[in-house]
Design a protein around this ligand. Structure first.
Ligand code: ATP
Length: 202
C-alpha cells in the first residue's frame, strides 16, 4: 500500500500553504477537514445516522447538517459528543484510507489539523509538523480571519502544545520565514519522500 505523510500543525501555522506547495509537485492530498464534511453530506450514511439520533431539526431548510445547531447540542452533553465521535471517526478514517488508495501519485500527503490529538498518526508512515511561534500563529490568523487574538489563543491552548508536536514529529518544516524559504524546504522534503516511498529510480 501507499506511503503516507501526515501533515499537521497548529491553527494558522501554514498547513494549507504547505499542502498546496506539495500539490504543485504533483503529490495527491487527502484533507481530513474535507473528508469530515463529506461523511455528513446530504445522502450520506453519516448524515442519516445523525438525523435518526437528533431528529430532522438538526438539518437546515436546505437539508444540510446545521453544524452550529449540532455544536450547540453536543456542547452541554458530553455523552452526545461521544456518540457522535464514535460514529463519525471510523467513517472519516475509512474514507481517508479509501482516498489514499485511489491516489496515483508516488506518495500521499494527509492533511490533518488534529493528527496527534485524534490519534490519526497511527494511519501514516511519517509525520510532518509545520512549526511557527504562537505569536506568529496569532498574527497570521487574526490577519487571515479577522478574529480576536483572544479567540486564537483559546484555540491554541485547546490544541496539543508546540513542544509536544515537535517531539512527536518525524520531520519539521519551519514556516517563520518567507514563502520562498518555505518552498525550498518543501522541495527538499519532496525529494526525501520520493526516496522513502521507493519510487525514486534515479
Ligand atoms: P488553519 O489550521 O487555521 O486552517 P493553516 O495551518 O492551514 O491554518 P494557512 O492558512 O496555510 O494555515 O496559513 C495561515 C495564514 O498565514 C494564511 O493567511 C497564509 O497565507 C499565511 N502564511 C502562511 N505561510 C506564510 C509565510 N511564510 N509568510 C507569511 N504568511 C504566511
Amino acid at each position: 500500500s501507499k506511503f503516507v505523510v501526515g501533515l499537521t500543525g497548529g491553527i494558522g501555522s501554514g498547513k494549507t500553504t504547505v499542502a498546496n506547495l506539495f500539490a504543485a509537485e504533483g503529490v495527491a492530498l487527502v484533507d481530513a477537514d474535507i473528508v469530515a464534511r463529506e461523511v455528513v453530506a446530504p445522502g450520506s450514511k453519516g448524515l442519516e445516522a445523525i438525523v435518526t439520533h437528533f431528529g430532522a431539526e438538526i438539518l437546515t431548510p436546505e437539508g444540510e447538517l446545521d453544524r452550529a445547531k449540532l455544536r450547540q447540542r453536543i456542547f452541554s452533553h458530553p455523552e452526545e459528543r461521544e456518540w457522535l465521535n464514535q460514529r463519525l471517526h471510523p467513517m472519516i478514517r475509512q474514507e481517508m484510507l479509501a482516498q489514499v488508495e485511489k491516489a496515483t501519485s508516488a506518495y500521499v500527503i494527509m492533511v490533518v489539523p488534529l493528527l496527534f490529538e485524534n490519534g490519526l498518526d497511527s494511519l501514516v508512515n511519517r509525520t510532518l509538523v509545520v512549526d511557527i511561534s504562537p505569536e506568529l500563529q496569532v498574527n497570521r490568523t487574526v490577519k487571515r480571519d479577522n478574529v480576536d487574538a483572544s479567540q486564537v489563543n483559546n484555540i491554541i491552548s485547546s490544541q496539543c502544545s508546540r513542544s509536544e508536536k515537535l517531539a512527536r514529529a518525524d520531520d519539521i518544516i519551519d514556516n517563520q520565514g518567507e514563502i520562498s524559504t518555505l518552498k525550498r524546504e518543501v522541495l527538499a522534503l519532496h525529494q526525501r519522500y520520493l526516496q522513502l516511498s521507493g519510487t525514486d529510480n534515479a
